[in-house]
Write a protein that binds this ligand. Structure first.
Ligand code: FES
Length: 153
């Protein structure tokens, strides 16, 4: 396939790109833009490691064709901290030990931010339900829920 133009704002910077139409948003971020904070776990929508925000909505970047983000605003874990200040959710994950190996953490944090923004953090049970698409092989789930409930307050 011939490359096609794609204009998308990523972490506040307008990008004028040329990409193959079958490239996923995940591969665009990691391979072409070297934003490797977004992780590839399963590459088919099962683990949540690739979670990013597109126009404020969380999506699995591995299931999103990059071309569909034309004109959109994409935020990755690299875009969450502002002015050298960690995002409150990043601070909370540190405070509550919301990770062990850290591989799933960028996706967990992007989902956690969306969880609160979308109003799904009224109880630990609701948080667990919302976060159920983000797998953690180290089993840090209890601390992740604690971190989210802490930020929610
Ligand atoms: Fe996208 Fe697993 S890498 S859901």
């Amino acid at each position: 396939f011939d490359p096609l133009p794609l204009q998308v704002t990523i972490n506040g910077t307008m990008q004028n790109l040329s990409i193959e139409p079958r490239v996923t948003l995940l591969d665009l971020l990691r391979e072409q833009l070297h934003l490797t904070g977004t992780k590839k776990g399963c590459d088919h929508g099962q683990c949540g490691a690739c979670t990013v925000h597109v126009d404020g909505q969380r999506v699995n970047a591995c299931l999103t064709l990059a071309m569909t983000t034309e004109g959109s605003t994409v935020t990755t874990i690299e875009g969450l901290a502002q002015d050298n200040q960690l995002h409150p959710m990043q601070e909370a994950f540190i405070k509550h030990d919301g990770f062990q190996c850290g591989y799933c953490t960028p996706g967990q944090i992007m989902s956690a931010v969306a969880c609160i923004r979308e109003g799904h953090a009224s109880s630990p049970e609701e948080v667990r339900e919302y976060m159920s698409g983000n797998l953690c092989r180290c089993g840090a789930y209890a601390n992740i829920v604690e971190a989210i409930m802490d930020v929610k307050q």
